[in-house]
Design a protein around this ligand. Structure first.
Ligand SMILES: [Zn+2]
Length: 66
């Protein structure tokens, strides 16, 4: 038996990284394929709507809240 985790059987995600449903772990997805959240400040975080400075600011403000 060979269960594939791709295509329509993949885990769907609706996070803010994309404006449409996508597969979790996609390049701009806020979650990694293993389900952990990928947040501003993480080295593999990407957001095509934010500049590097904005991402750094978001990371700083998130740290302040905790
Ligand atoms: Zn996502």
């Amino acid at each position: 038996m060979n269960k594939r985790n791709t295509g329509h059987g993949g885990m769907r995600c609706d996070c803010a990284g994309y404006h449409f449903p996508h597969r979790i772990g996609s390049k701009f997805c806020w979650y990694r394929a293993d389900g952990y959240q990928r947040l501003p400040g993480d080295v593999d975080f990407n957001d095509r709507h934010m500049t590097d400075d904005e991402i750094a600011a978001a990371a700083a403000s998130m740290r302040k809240q905790q």
